[in-house]
Design a protein around this ligand. Structure first.
Ligand SMILES: [Zn+2]
Length: 539
C-alpha cells in the first residue's frame, strides 16, 4: 500500500516538487541504509506481511438435512448461510464435516426410483451447501459397498481416507477408496493440501489428514492403525506444507491420545461424540460440534510464515432459527422432505398427527442411552413385550438403534418414532440358555458408551448377589429363558456373544413377513402402537 501511495503523489505533483521529493527520498534512503539493517528497509516496500488468516467451518455427525425440534435448531440451509457469510468476509474459508453423515436417517431408509436413498439426500445437500472436505465416519459403512461407492461418486467434496481401505468383496483385493466417473478413477487421498493466499500475497499450503475409528466392522472395509498412519501422514505433510490439520472421527479419548503424539498439529477437528467438546493437549486443540448441526465450530487461524507459528481462535456457533435459511439449499431439503412424506404415508396414515403427548421428556440422547437405562429404552422394551406372542421373561435391544439423539417433549408423532428408530426392522422371540444369556448381558455391560450397550427390561444386575437377575432369581446356566429382541442383534454384528446360530439359542420365533397384522415385523410400528395405547399427558 505504501508503494502505491508514493506513486500517486508523484503523478499528482508539479515536476519541481517531484524532483525535490525524489532527492529527499534518495537522501533519506542513504541515511536509512547507513543506520539500519537491510531487513528493516525491505519491509515497507514488500507487500507480503508473512501473516495469513483463514477459517474452518466445522460440522460433524450430521444425519438430518432439515431443522429439528419444531424447526428451532440445526438445518443445512442455515449452515449454508453461515458459510456464505464467512466466505464473504474471508474467501480462505474451508467447510469440513468430520464424518458420520450418510447414515442413519429416516429419509435414507426410504426408496426412490426402486433404490434406497441411503445418504443420497445428504450428499446432494452437502454439495449445494458447499462442504469442501470430509473424513469417513463409522456410519459411512452402515450402507452397502455399492451404495457407498455411489455416494462417493456423487460427491463434489473431497474425502480423506487416511486410515481406511476398501476391500473389493468380489476380488478380495484391497485398495484406497476411489471416486469413479465415466472417464476417470481418482483415489480418495490419505492427505490433502489446501493452497491459499491473501490480498497482500502471503501464500501457504495447509495439509490435512483424516482418521476413522474401527468400530464398524464390515466386510468391505479394512482399518489401518490410526496412530501410525496419522504419524506417517503428518510426517509426509510436514515436508510439503506450512501447517498440518487433522479431520478425525474418533472417540474423544483417542483424539486426545493422538493430539498428545502430534504437538506440531495445532488443531484436530473431530466427530463421533455427539456433544460439543473443546480440549487442549499441549498446544493441540481438539474440537467437536454438536450433532445434527445444532452447533458448528468456526475456527479462525492465523499463520505467521516468519515464526512458523499458528494461532487458533474457536467459536461455537448456535445454528438456530435466528440464522436465515439459504433459499437454494432449502429448496433441495424440501424436495427430499416431500419424498419422505410421500413414503411415510404409505406406512402410517397421518405421519404428523399426534399419537402421544408427554410432559416428561423422552430421553433419546445417545450419550445417555449408551450408558444407562432410560425411559425411552424402557418404553421400547415394553412395546416389544406387548407384541410378543407369549409372555417373555425379558426383553432387550441395542441402544445404538436409538438414533435421534434428542429429548422429545410435548406432542409425539409417528415421524418422531421413525426418527428415534430409523433402522426399523423385525423383532424375534428366542429361547436362550441361561449361560449364553449371562455372557450376552456381561458383554453389554462391558460395552458402556457404545451402541452395543443394551436397553433391557425385566432383567437387572444385582451388585449384592453379583449376578444377573430374571423374575427375581439369579439366571441359571442350564435354564431356558424366553426373550424378545431385534433381528439385528441376532446377526452378531453388535454383540459378539449373540448370534442366531449359537447353540445357546435353542429356538427362534419369527413373524411372518406377509402378515401385516403382526407388529413384530417392524419395531417402528410396534412402538407407534404402544405410544397410541398410553394415556396422553395432555391436561
Ligand atoms: Zn461416529
Amino acid at each position: 500500500m505504501k508503494n502505491n501511495d508514493l506513486s500517486v503523489s508523484f503523478s499528482d505533483t508539479k515536476p519541481l516538487v517531484a524532483l525535490t521529493l525524489l532527492l529527499t527520498g534518495v537522501l533519506l534512503l542513504i541515511f536509512i541504509f547507513g543506520c539500519k539493517t537491510t531487513k528493516e528497509v525491505v519491509a515497507p516496500v514488500t507487500t507480503d506481511d508473512g501473516l495469513i488468516t483463514f477459517n474452518f467451518l466445522q460440522l460433524n455427525d450430521v444425519y438430518e438435512i432439515a431443522p429439528l425440534e419444531n424447526g428451532t435448531v440445526g438445518g443445512m440451509a442455515r449452515v449454508a448461510t453461515l458459510r456464505k457469510r464467512l466466505t464473504n468476509e474471508n474467501p480462505n474459508t474451508l467447510t469440513v464435516l468430520a464424518g458420520d453423515f450418510l447414515s442413519p436417517s429416516l429419509i435414507g431408509t426410504i426408496k426412490k426410483d426402486g433404490k434406497r436413498i441411503k445418504g443420497a439426500q445428504m450428499v446432494e445437500v452437502m454439495n449445494v451447501t458447499g462442504i469442501d472436505l470430509v473424513t469417513f465416519g463409522n456410519h459411512e459403512f452402515d450402507i452397502k459397498e455399492q451404495e457407498l461407492q455411489d455416494r462417493i461418486n456423487e460427491s463434489k467434496f473431497t474425502w480423506l481416507g487416511t486410515s481406511v481401505r476398501r476391500i473389493n468383496t468380489k476380488t478380495g483385493r484391497t485398495s484406497k477408496f476411489y471416486q469413479e466417473t465415466d472417464s476417470t478413477l481418482n483415489y480418495v487421498p490419505d492427505t490433502w493440501v489446501w493452497e491459499i493466499s491473501d490480498e497482500d500475497g502471503t501464500s501457504i499450503r495447509v495439509g490435512f489428514f483424516g482418521a476413522t475409528l474401527d468400530m464398524n466392522q464390515v466386510d468391505y472395509v479394512e482399518y489401518l492403525d490410526v496412530t501410525s498412519t496419522c504419524l506417517e501422514a503428518v510426517q509426509t505433510l510436514s515436508l510439503q506444507t506450512d501447517v498440518v490439520i487433522g479431520l478425525t472421527h474418533l472417540n474423544v479419548a483417542e483424539d486426545l491420545e493422538l493430539a498428545a503424539k502430534l504437538p506440531q498439529v495445532p488443531l484436530l477437528m473431530g466427530g463421533h461424540d455427539h456433544h460439543h467438546i473443546r480440549e487442549k493437549v499441549g498446544s493441540t486443540l481438539v474440537t467437536k460440534a454438536d450433532a445434527n448441526a445444532k452447533t458448528a465450530y468456526v475456527h479462525t487461524l492465523v499463520y505467521n510464515k516468519n515464526t512458523r507459528k499458528t494461532t487458533v481462535s474457536s467459536k461455537l456457533i448456535d445454528i438456530n432459527d435466528k440464522v436465515h435459511s439459504d433459499e437454494e439449499v432449502k429448496s433441495v431439503v424440501n424436495k427430499w422432505k416431500r419424498i419422505m412424506d410421500d413414503n411415510l404415508t404409505k406406512v402410517v396414515d397421518q405421519p404428523y398427527a399426534e399419537i402421544y403427548y408427554t410432559k416428561v421428556p423422552m430421553d433419546a440422547r445417545e450419550a445417555v442411552n449408551r450408558k444407562e437405562q432410560t425411559n425411552v429404552g424402557r418404553m421400547i422394551n415394553e412395546a416389544m413385550m406387548k407384541v410378543a406372542k407369549r409372555e417373555v421373561d425379558l426383553s432387550f435391544f441395542n441402544s445404538g438403534s436409538i438414533r435421534i439423539d434428542d429429548q422429545l417433549e410435548g406432542p409425539i408423532t409417528a415421524v418422531d418414532v421413525f426418527r428415534i428408530l430409523p433402522f426399523g426392522g423385525p423383532l424375534v422371540e428366542i429361547d436362550i440358555k441361561g449361560d449364553l444369556l449371562k455372557k450376552v448381558l456381561n458383554e453389554s455391560k462391558s460395552r458402556v458408551g457404545q451402541g452395543a450397550y443394551l436397553q433391557r427390561k425385566k432383567v437387572f444386575y444385582s451388585d449384592q448377589k453379583e449376578t444377573w437377575m430374571v423374575n427375581g432369581a439369579p439366571i441359571e446356566d442350564e435354564k431356558e429363558y424366553h426373550a424378545i429382541t431385534t433381528d439385528f442383534l441376532l446377526k452378531g454384528i453388535d454383540l459378539k456373544t449373540l448370534h442366531v446360530n449359537d447353540p445357546g439359542i435353542t429356538k427362534t420365533y419369527r413373524p411372518d413377513p406377509d402378515d401385516r397384522t403382526d407388529l413384530r415385523n417392524n419395531v417402528i410400528l410396534t412402538f407407534i402402537d404402544y405410544l397410541k395405547g398410553l394415556p396422553s399427558e395432555r391436561d
